[in-house]
Design a protein around this ligand. Structure first.
Ligand SMILES: C[S@@+](CC[C@H](N)C(=O)[O-])C[C@H]1O[C@@H](n2cnc3c(N)ncnc32)[C@H](O)[C@@H]1O
Length: 201
């Protein structure tokens, strides 16, 4: 595995890592993602050209320009490309549920490996309380025979159990790079949708 040595530090001297940042990056952080966004964000001229010839919508181009141009394009299935004990903080948000269960254990161990002693990992995952509330609302709609109750209930059950029992990755994680790239290219031509939804088909 290649090792990435150019690690950014904050003015206080802390090394921070955001894994699976997607387009939500902060320039003081080391941001890592394997999406097409991450790849393109590093190539300003190419993206300007793609936008000029109409292959990249204005919406996506604007999003790309906001991304940290030093974002690390990397697939975590290969491990984390850093030496041991280099980060003070590791953060990931709505990322761990997008990789296979075994990979989630592996990546968590990798986080531990790259953290300095006393370092902090903070992770954000879907909110069970919110999901349970949605389920309860759906049940109430179903009991009251409100229109759309069946669909809402089916969606709520799906949301509740799918995250608990899923073993394999959801979204782009297991898609080959070529498939990803072609889909994204096609989508740029037809979409003005919200960015994460486009990335996660
Ligand atoms: C739901 S988005 C979350 C984006 C952002 N962290 C947020 O909270 O808005 C999941 C992100 O994980 C990234 N991701 C999924 N599998 C990955 C992998 N194997 N390696 C690196 N990034 C991955 C996706 O590209 C996507 O940007």
């Amino acid at each position: 595995m290649g090792v990435y040595k150019k690690i950014k530090k904050t003015h206080e001297g802390h090394a921070l890592l955001n894994i699976g940042s997607g387009p939500r990056t902060h320039c003081e952080w080391n941001n890592l993602d394997f999406s097409l966004y991450a790849r393109l964000a590093r190539h300003k001229r190419l993206t300007r050209f793609l936008n000029a010839v109409g292959l990249l919508s204005d919406f996506r181009y604007d999003n790309l320009r906001k991304i940290d141009p030093e974002i690390i394009h990397w697939d975590v299935y290969k491990g984390l490309p850093f030496h041991d004990n280099v980060f003070d903080f590791v953060y990931h948000s709505h990322f761990i549920t997008h990789i296979d269960r075994d990979a989630a254990f592996f990546v968590t161990k990798e986080c531990h490996r790259i953290l300095k002693s006393g370092g902090i990992v903070r992770l954000v995952v879907p909110d069970l309380e919110q999901i349970v509330n949605l389920y309860n609302e759906a049940m109430a709609d179903l009991d009251a025979a409100r229109p759309g109750g069946n669909e809402k209930h089916a969606e709520a059950v799906d949301e509740l159990f799918e995250l608990m029992v899923r073993r394999s990755a959801w979204g782009t994680s297991r898609q080959s790079f070529l498939v990803n790239e072609h889909l994204n290219m096609l989508l740029t031509r037809i979409s003005h949708m919200e960015s994460c939804k486009i990335l996660e088909i």
